[in-house]
Design a protein around this ligand. Sequence first.
Ligand SMILES: [Zn+2]
Length: 100
Amino acid sequence: MQGSAQQNVELQTIVSRKACSMCEIEKPLSPEFYHRSSSSKSGFQHKCKDCCKKWHSDRKQEMSKSRSEYRYKNREAINKQKREHHHKNKERLNKQRKPP
Ligand SMILES: [Zn+2]
């Protein structure tokens, strides 16, 4: 059974390996480790699946963080605007209501 074992080794070496662009760990270029990408030359993405997952979750966190920050800042600005608008309006209304 030595022959079949050798064949297995050969099959393993045929699968080309590719270093992930993020973690730089060399992984077999297969759908098991890399997402497929039709736009890339190798047919797989440059990032390994693990890094893709990490990247997406990081981005999600960043997005939700910046979004809530934006909302918070915006809320402050909107409140200020409303107050000023209300204040100005009040003044104007008061002037209009001047007795003749
Ligand atoms: Zn990686």
